[in-house]
Design a protein around this ligand. Structure first.
Ligand SMILES: C[S@@+](CC[C@H](N)C(=O)[O-])C[C@H]1O[C@@H](n2cnc3c(N)ncnc32)[C@H](O)[C@@H]1O
Length: 351
């Protein structure tokens, strides 16, 4: 992670605010495809999109679809919610008894999001809104009233790369999540640390490239914040066609990734074998035949699968345990577990 001082950090945030608040009027103003998502939405989300106001959809700058399953009744926090596309999709998925909080620092983005609150509430058939938007920094969620261990799921779509203090963002996410809670977010990553001139360029930063995290630094920062294990559910290449930008970016390869991580006390930094298995009951909506916990873990319905201690905990210690049933415990250790947490070839950012 780059070392910055508070003045640089504020300048970076001001540049990003200017970009999203004033320069961009809609997704078509973006200069690269880094903050766009061209894949078809999944079966749960496709029927909700026609219920969302066009102005919100036209100003969607996400690079994935970080909306996990099993959300009914939960409290979900969207970091850098923009004009609220994902907040409103999740508003429908959590139902009237759930709650969605959208945090963003840019007033112009929130003004659009808030102006549709009433009409979205009516379209979803709710008697009162289950959504609220708060203006503030994702590095300091206390100042927008998000208490310790109060959130079930944190989502974010193409935002954390923009932060000059990602260490604080991950620390805050860990603080606000309940035990067993999930962080599920899409973002742009780099295969190496980006050169200083790329990091400092306001347009490349605004386009979600300049601040892209080098995957290994990301893993280290997450570990420091308390997330021992990071899993990817999708990885796809980001193409930069503009020759001037390409020249500046040099050999850096960018990918758009969706990340799954849990706040669990017993995760280990390596996969260990305790002889545990997990069996999927086919009950997750839209996934009758199999469920992919991440790229390396596909669970076929009614077919027991040997798993490492970490995967067993991710099932038994979270809401996924309702359908991914873990068997066995850690009383006996059989050595290192060869977990297949490799990347797929290709992959789609919007599964
Ligand atoms: C690429 S847009 C994505 C918006 C939204 N998630 C979407 O998918 O349309 C980035 C958003 O993150 C917000 N943002 C960037 N850095 C932030 C920070 N440090 N704190 C709060 N919001 C931030 C910007 O204001 C902008 O609305």
């Amino acid at each position: 992670m780059k070392q910055t001082n508070p003045a640089d950090e504020e300048r970076i945030r001001e540049g990003v605010r200017e970009y999203y608040g004033k320069s961009l009027k809609g997704s078509s103003d973006l200069k690269t495809n880094a903050c766009t998502c061209s894949c078809s939405p999944d079966k749960r989300i496709a029927p909700i999109l026609p219920l969302i106001d066009d102005e919100i959809l036209d100003r969607f700058y996400g690079c994935g679809s970080p909306i996990p399953p099993l959300l009914e009744g939960l409290t979900v926090l969207d970091l850098g919610c923009g004009t609220g596309r994902d907040v409103y999709i999740v508003s429908k998925l959590v139902g009237e008894n759930g709650h969605v909080i959208g945090v963003d620092m840019t007033r112009e983005q929130l003004d659009v999001a808030e102006s549709h609150l009433q009409s979205q509430t009516e379209r979803f058939g709710y008697t009162k809104p289950n959504v609220d938007f708060r203006q503030g920094y994702i590095e300091d969620l206390k100042s927008v009233g998000i208490e310790d261990s109060s959130v079930d799921v944190v989502i974010s779509n193409c935002v954390i790369n923009l932060s000059p203090r990602k260490d604080l963002v991950f620390r805050e996410i860990h603080r606000v999540l309940k035990e067993g809670g999930e962080l599920y977010f899409s973002d742009v990553f780099a295969d190496r640390r980006v050169p200083d001139e790329v990091y400092a360029d306001p347009i490349l930063r605004g386009e979600c490239l300049g601040g892209a995290m080098y995957t290994e630094d990301f893993r280290r920062a997450m570990e420091k914040a308390g997330f021992q294990v990071v899993r990817y559910t999708s990885v796809s290449d980001v193409k930069v066609d503009d020759p001037e930008m390409r020249k500046l970016l040099g050999d850096v390869r960018f990918t758009s990734r969706t990340v799954r991580a849990f706040k669990l006390p017993d995760l280990e930094d390596e996969c260990e074998d305790y002889g545990q298995t997990v069996i999927y009951d086919g009950g997750i909506e839209g996934h009758p035949e199999w469920f992919d916990l991440d790229n390396g873990h596909r669970f076929y319905t009614n077919h027991p699968k040997s798993v490492c201690g970490n995967t067993a905990s991710m099932c038994s210690g979270t809401r996924y345990g309702k359908h991914l049933h873990a068997r066995g415990d850690r009383s006996r250790h059989y050595g290192k577990f060869e977990c297949r947490d490799d990347e797929p070839v290709g992959g789609c950012c919007c599964r």
